[in-house]
Write a protein that binds this ligand. Structure first.
Ligand code: NAD
Length: 502
């Protein structure tokens, strides 16, 4: 890691403007392709979080009173700005995260689609109504916002993960504090500026940066009503338990180890093409990346040879360069951790088919590059199978039967995404029915639900009841109220008995 000449500081965004930190702790943001420090980022302390929460709290009454239609119109303008500024957002993501520009632009698009979903909020907030629940008595239900909501997001999708939360929370009438990853915070700042340009009142959306100190201050804060988290499983568990213990509503999406099952009857060329993208896209730094292939019977040797040929042909380099298919990893530490897993896989007896260690990218020797790596005949006791590596490492385990493959997937402590490759409708249907995973693809390697469905895993991949965006998102960011009304034409006699409807 080297320091460039002019390094700017990424500010906070509080009350509609850039804001300096009160604390003195800070981190550095690197260009992943060069290893150079490009920015510093202040780490919020309790006083900074207090300020952001106070701003969001003060903005809540007026924002809640703004009609859903007007809130939606601001989001419509925000959507157009996001579209127009996609190249700028993608450039920031590529610089700080490392993924390729088309991949970064695709992630902006997936976030933008959640904004489009949220513009339907006048319809989504409609409740139920029943006439004559008793004689002359009617009931209706309504969904109301919670107040100040917070979002804590990971490094791998610096814009998409915040946009899983922010548009829906705001559309429902909440105000919001975002604590993005301190490793690539700049896209969040541009998001804040675009929301302001779209007409969002000051204080409705705030951004603070930092590490666990900032997160824990949010979790402790009595004026934060709800917390949405996306990140690794241990932190997700901590956030969920701490937020719930403090009486907050919480949803915490965790890590993953996603399996793809390849049956012998699959179109193996199409499956290999799909798996290469799913395993090595974004250098494997996706919570929906396929990191394990379960090859059934004769599919084994055939899929491994196809994967190996394709992995060896991938073009690796800086994400902004035309033709590059896979960029660097987020930090030098993370690249070292991934390389350590590759060492362990070889040591533990897996067959190293493609080895990504020691990759040198001309002119980018300081970048955090690890090449695509493929292991075959991987044992389920090996660390490369058990742990989420979060890098370009694909492991192949062999299974004799379809049932064994299903059992392997269901045995995983994670349950984010999975896929099956087959030409059999019966096999696909059985898999979709029996698999204990939240998002399932049939000949679709990364089955990320569209914005009008909800996104979330099972088991160690999600703590909480509700997934993000879609109707689950609306439920998470609102609470239901049922109003029972009577307009009597004459006064009733006083009664202390339990009211019943007649
Ligand atoms: P991370 O858990 O290290 O960090 C996530 C967020 O939590 C960051 O904002 C970070 O500042 C904060 N944080 C880190 N350590 C903390 C601690 N001890 N206490 C409180 N807060 C803490 O995750 P990451 O490395 O940024 O992201 C990668 C992980 O996120 C992977 O495990 C990946 O699978 C997961 N992820 C999951 C999903 C999903 O939808 N399930 C989506 C994207 C990423």
């Amino acid at each position: 890691m080297t320091t460039g000449t002019a390094v700017s500081t990424v500010p906070f965004w509080i009350d509609g403007k850039r804001h300096s930190a009160q604390g003195t702790r800070e981190g550095v943001v690197t260009n992943s392709a060069t290893g150079q420090v490009v920015r510093t980022v202040p780490f919020a302390n309790d006083a900074d979080i207090d300020l952001a929460v106070a701003s969001a709290r003060a903005a809540f009454p007026a924002w809640r009173a703004t009609t859903p239609l007007r809130r939606a119109r601001i989001l419509m303008r925000f959507r157009d700005l996001l579209e127009r500024r996609t190249p700028d957002l993608a450039a920031l993501i590529t610089e700080e995260h490392g993924k390729t520009l088309p991949d970064a632009a695709g992630s902006v698009q997936r976030g933008l689609e959640v904004v489009e979903f949220a513009t339907g909020i006048p319809h989504l907030l409609k409740g139920e109504h029943a006439e004559n629940v008793g004689t002359g008595v009617d009931s209706h239900s309504t969904r109301q916002p919670l107040g100040v909501c917070a979002g804590i997001t990971p490094f791998n999708f610096p814009i998409m993960c915040p946009l899983w939360m922010v548009p829906v929370a705001l559309a429902c009438g909440n105000t919001f504090i975002l604590k993005p990853s301190e490793k690539d915070p700049s896209a969040s700042m541009l998001t804040a500026e675009l929301l302001k340009e779209a007409g969002l009142p000051d204080g409705v959306f705030n951004v603070v940066h930092g590490d666990k100190e900032a997160v824990n201050a949010i979790l402790r804060h009595p004026d934060v009503a709800a917390v949405s988290f996306v990140g690794s499983t241990p932190v997700a568990r901590h956030v969920y338990e701490t937020a719930c213990a403090a009486g907050k509503r919480a949803q915490a999406l965790g890590g993953a180890k996603n399996h793809a099952v390849v049956l012998p009857d699959a179109d193996l060329d199409a499956a290999a093409d799909a798996l290469i993208g799913a395993a090595y896209g974004s250098a494997g730094e996706r919570c929906m990346a396929i990191s394990s292939v379960v090859a059934v019977g004769d599919a084994g040797d055939a899929i491994v040879s196809r994967l190996a040929a394709r992995a060896r042909a991938l073009s690796i380099g800086p994400g902004h360069q035309d033709g590059v298919e896979m960029g660097p990893l987020i930090t030098a530490d993370h690249a070292a951790r991934v390389t350590g897993y590759i060492d362990a896989g070889a040591r533990e007896g897996a067959v190293t088919v493609v080895d990504g260690r020691g990759l040198r990218v001309e002119g980018h020797e300081g970048g955090h590059f690890v090449g695509p790596t493929l292991f075959d005949h991987v044992g389920r006791d090996m660390s490369i199978y058990r742990d989420e590596i979060f890098g370009p490492v694909l492991v192949v385990v062999r299974a004799d039967t379809e049932q064994e493959a299903i059992d392997i997937v269901n045995d995983s402590p994670y349950g984010n995404g999975t896929a099956i490759f087959t030409r059999s409708g019966a096999s696909a249907r059985r898999f979709a029915h029996e698999i204990q995973v939240g998002m399932v693809g049939v000949n679709v390697p990364i089955p990320v639900p569209m914005a009008f469905f909800s996104f979330g895993g099972w088991k160690g991949s999600l703590f909480g009841d509700l997934h993000v965006h879609g109707t689950d998102g609306v439920r998470f960011y609102t609470r239901t109220k049922v109003v029972t009304s009577r307009w009597p034409e004459q006064r009733d006699a006083v009664s202390l008995s339990m009211p019943t409807m007649k």
